[in-house]
Design a protein around this ligand. Structure first.
Ligand code: NAD
Length: 330
């Protein structure tokens, strides 16, 4: 199988190159992202392999189908960047449903601890021998209430971590997991009662902008918000409005609505034209990182193995256990 591997970074090669040899796949590493302008590069391959800031829309599906592409291999759990309905029966889309939920949950906790205790700012100060701690006061997490939105694999890993801090857990999920020893409450109640809110639901039509002016209005004054899920769960302009009104004690964002084309790239020598992102960077209590919650050795290895297992299943006509189905997009 020849695989066009879009959006290649050096760390992808480390994990995929040796495994491709084992599986006998011919991977063509392409640094360009997959989009309307680059999709023609898939010609001559049997499958494409893409990451979260690549996309495949309906028009591209038609082109890939004409090129006889037999699979779209996602190196991610999320699949909101592919038009699943358009792919339909034409081209199977396969994802990596679980690689290391702990990687993302541990990162979400790191973001919470950072914005709460200002370690990011303390680091900058002490390197300059500015040993003042003025303005760096945080709050205990112990016995506070954490609201977890989405209690799937990552949400549950996060709950275990939060319970380690002896926090009270409230959860919201339209499909509650009855085996969990936590209180499920309606979204509004979660927002009203939580001292910290952490997002672990997928991006769907229902969850787009789940954090908006109205829901921010329900939140406590001095709430902490962490988003390691998908940028468009948060309406950025409404978030900025809330920050300006001093609603938030801290915000950690590993993802951003308009991250495509910005995240994973070095744009340090350019003028930042995304005004919302530039504005977010000016708040001392906001930490933005470049969609790296997944980025551990264990997760990268698991992503590589599972992605190539998916390719193997397509090649050999085996059951496609990780196929993304249309009904999963609701
Ligand atoms: P999962 O499928 O195991 O769990 C998702 C949960 O969200 C499910 O329990 C589902 O019922 C729930 N849900 C669905 N609709 C909801 C709604 N309207 N409101 C609240 N909950 C809802 O997925 P997961 O592995 O836990 O991953 C969660 C998300 O994390 C992914 O969809 C992806 O967007 C994101 N993610 C981010 C990174 C990163 O690097 N930052 C890495 C992996 C995954």
């Amino acid at each position: 199988m020849r695989i066009a591997f879009f959006g290649t970074k050096p760390y992808d090669r480390i994990w995929f190159e040796p495994l491709a040899l084992e599986y006998g796949f011919d991977i063509h590493f392409i640094e360009l992202p997959c989009n309307e302008d680059t999709v023609f590069l898939a010609k001559g391959h049997d499958a494409i392999c893409i990451f979260v800031n690549d996309y495949v829309n309906a028009g591209m599906i038609d082109k890939l189908y004409e090129m006889n592409i037999k699979a779209i291999l996602l190196r991610s759990a999320g699949f909101n960047h592919v038009d699943i309905k358009a792919a339909g029966d034409k081209i199977p889309v396969l994802r990596v449903p679980s690689y290391s939920p702990e990687a993302v949950a541990e990162y979400a906790m790191a973001m919470l601890l950072t914005v709460n205790r200002y370690t990011h700012r303390a680091y900058v100060r002490t390197r300059d021998f500015n040993m003042s701690i003025n303005g760096l006061m945080g709050t205990d997490l112990h016995h506070k209430t954490a609201g977890v939105i989405g209690t799937g694999k990552i949400g549950q890993a996060m709950i275990r971590i939060l319970q380690g801090f002896q926090m009270n857990i409230l959860a919201y999920d339209p499909y509650p997991d009855k085996t969990l020893d936590i209180s499920y409450v309606p979204l509004e109640e979660l927002m009203h009662k939580s001292d910290i809110i952490t997002l672990h639901c997928p991006l769907t039509a229902d969850t787009k902008h789940i954090i908006n002016k109205r829901t921010i209005g329900w939140m406590k004054e001095g709430v902490y918000l962490v988003n390691t899920s998908r940028g468009a769960l948060v309406n950025t302009e409404d978030l900025i409005g809330g920050l300006l009104e001093r609603k938030f004690a801290g915000v950690g964002m590993d993802v951003y609505e308009e991250e495509e084309g910005i995240f994973y790239e070095d744009r340090s020598a350019e003028v930042m034209t995304d005004e919302n992102l530039a504005r977010l960077m000016t708040f001392p209590n906001v930490l933005v990182t470049s969609h790296m919650g997944f980025f551990t050795q264990e997760a990268m290895q698991a992503i590589a193995i599972e992605t190539l297992e998916n390719a193997h299943a397509v090649e050999k006509g085996l059951p496609l256990l990780n196929r993304v189905e249309s009904e999963m997009t609701h």
